[in-house]
Design a protein around this ligand. Structure first.
Ligand code: PRT
Ligand code: ZN
Length: 286
């Protein structure tokens, strides 16, 4: 198949698994050879480039790749001329300022005059400037969390997910300055064919993500309770109701949001629903 769109994804790291899983769920298959930097899709006009995440915005900007999957934090930090096409909902994290546990912190003013270690000088500088804080940014490329304990800086600004890294380094989170998730980015210079392929990819991504948020639900309901159960179900459209061979009972099918499901389960049972099955949906096109 002729390649038209080159997609840059992280070679190995926190974005790799989510990126590859999404591609797979989109029905795009490829053979990855260990150690290789490139792979070609078998059934979609796409080629993959496996890169370090920090390089992805630059490569998309200069045309080595056409589209890419990267954290919004890296995208904001690198500030390359690329377009954010879609947030993808995985690799969620935040960029936060943290100080030693015994630091008496009341407000951003307490950071004035301090040295803050970070790998995100651009985002941090923008935030400090917006808030009229005068602090010194000390750029380090890794292990930012150890900076205060070795006397390199009084505070840090780093990626936080569960928060356990901060805690185990004797730090506390005091300000969230940026929220991030993986995003699909694209070069502004795509040709018409590439734009069309990107739209096809986006259509698949949205179908996969919609499906992931929703569940197919089936249950048996006594006929006299059908109306009541339908009222409880926040379904896509009106649910399907089919008679069961058992006299006086119906089978009811619908689609519910996973989050909603947990809220309504007790109400459904109370209304008389039995044999409730909740089934994952592969793709959802609406
Ligand atoms: O080698 P390469 O340069 O490609 O990878 P990398 O080491 O620079 O990045 P990687 O794989 O660590 O992260 C890639 C992207 O994943 C980041 O740019 C974020 O968008 C996103 N992400 C999501 C995270 C985290 N969660 C995360 N927890 N990136 C880093 N962390 C680190 C953080 O730096 C800190 O050391 O995890 C630690 C904090 O985690 P908690 O759970 O203890 O709070
Ligand atoms: Zn990186």
């Amino acid at each position: 198949m002729e390649t038209t769109l080159k997609l840059a994804i992280q070679k190995s790291g926190r974005l790799s698994e989510g990126s590859l899983e999404l591609i797979k769920k989109c029905g795009i298959s490829y053979t990855q050879t260990l150690g290789k930097l490139k792979a070609e899709a078998h059934n979609f006009p796409m080629e993959f480039l496996f890169l370090r995440d920090d390089d992805i915005p630059k490569y998309v900007a200069n045309g080595i790749a056409d589209v890419g999957i990267v954290g919004e934090n890296v995208l904001a930090e690198k500030n390359e001329p690329v377009e954010k096409v879609e947030a993808l909902g995985f690799a969620k994290c935040r960029l936060s300022i943290a100080v030693p546990r015994d630091f008496v912190y009341n407000s951003l003013d307490d950071l004035n005059g301090l040295k803050i270690a970070t790998s995100y000088p651009q985002i941090l500088q923008n935030y400090l400037s917006e808030n009229q804080v005068n602090a010194h940014i000390h750029v380090i490329s890794g292990s930012v969390e150890i900076a205060p304990s070795i006397g390199l800086a009084k505070a840090i600004c780093d990626i936080v997910s569960s928060g356990s890294t901060l805690i185990s380094n004797g730090l506390k989170e005091v300000e969230v300055i940026f929220r991030s998730e993986a995003a699909l980015i694209a070069s502004p210079k795509l040709n018409e064919v590439q734009k069309e392929v990107l739209q096809q990819l986006l259509f698949r991504i949205r179908s996969v993500r919609k499906a992931r948020e929703n569940k197919y639900i089936l249950m048996n309901v006594p006929n006299e309770s059908v109306e009541k159960v339908i009222e409880i179900l926040p379904g896509m459209k009106s649910p399907t109701v089919m008679p069961l061979t058992t006299e006086g009972w119906s089978s009811l099918h619908s689609v519910v949001k996973e989050d909603d499901f947990w809220k309504i389960i007790a109400q459904l049972q109370e209304a008389g629903a039995q044999g409730i099955l909740v089934i994952p949906i592969e793709k959802m096109i609406i």
